[in-house]
Write a new protein. Structure first.
Ligand SMILES: C[S@@+](CC[C@H](N)C(=O)[O-])C[C@H]1O[C@@H](n2cnc3c(N)ncnc32)[C@H](O)[C@@H]1O
Length: 246
């Protein structure tokens, strides 16, 4: 249905001369905007309901946290923790420290999985923790918003113990030349303004894959790395999930 509407609009826009009646460009643009509105409303509603436990993003978070925090009773740092929405995904008796640059608007989610939960106000680029103080670090949809991705990755490595794991699920820039690439580039300035510095078109995947010793970074190994699309989360549909080992 959406594809048909798209095709009709493209046809309409490309062949104004062939129509049996005269339309100005402005009228065509207005018509297209009106026809497009229900599609946009459906997209926004879907996006608001997205990220559920069985969505590609939800499943990627479950898999990643399961792999990064592989045992019960570990000390874990979550970056950009927000309202602690991932609380239930941690193994039993996890001592979780949640760091965020802003105090969340709503109270943090509590979970019986957690031994303890401590919220710390601070910047991911300059973590207020000692070297080698965590067994694992997790971030979900956080690197899009920090001021400096590379500095954040270095800080993650610094606070991890030897063999500690960094699990991430992040949205990244779409492949060059795709429709999503164009959409992200157009919407990016607006997104940064309305969504607290969230960058739609960041090559976060490159920064993460470049963080191993082989590429001059601090991590010894990429344990897991997957790319996937979660269409319901448009325009942040292109995502990566994985685990780096310190
Ligand atoms: C899109 S929200 C994701 C929240 C949560 N991780 C989740 O998955 O629901 C991004 C979070 O990163 C936080 N953030 C942005 N820049 C940050 C920084 N430099 N240091 C720490 N947290 C930051 C924001 O305040 C926000 O809570």
């Amino acid at each position: 249905m959406v594809a048909t509407v798209k095709r009709l609009l493209l046809l309409l826009a490309s062949m104004p001369a062939a129509l049996p009646f005269k339309l100005t460009r402005r009228q065509i643009a207005r018509g297209a905007a009106i026809a497009w509105t229900p599609f946009c409303v459906v997209k926004v509603v879907k996006a608001l309901q997205s990220g559920g436990p069985t969505s590609p993003y939800g499943l990627a978070k479950r898999r990643t946290i399961f792999s990064a925090v592989a045992k019960e009773g570990l000390k874990v740092l979550e970056l950009g923790v927000g309202e602690n929405k991932n609380a239930d995904l941690y193994p039993k008796r996890t001592s979780l420290v949640g760091l965020d640059a802003r105090t969340p608007a709503r109270p943090a989610r509590q979970s019986s999985q957690l031994e303890s939960y401590e919220f710390v106000l601070g910047a991911a680029e300059k973590l207020p923790f000692d070297d080698a103080s965590f067994d694992a670090v997790v971030s979900t949809l956080c690197l899009c918003s920090v001021d400096d991705v590379e500095a954040t990755i270095l800080e993650v490595a610094r606070v991890l113990k030897k063999n500690g794991r960094y699990g991430f699920v992040e949205h990244v820039a779409a492949e060059d030349g795709t429709l999503l690439d164009v959409q992200q580039r157009v919407l990016d300035p607006l997104q940064q303004r309305v969504a607290n510095n969230c960058h739609l078109h960041r090559p976060i995947d490159r920064a993460l894959l470049g963080a191993t010793k082989k590429s001059g970074g601090p991590f010894t190994e990429v344990l897991e790395f997957e790319e996937y699309l979660d269409d319901d989360m448009w325009p942040v549909s292109k995502q990566v999930a994985g685990v780096l080992v310190r």
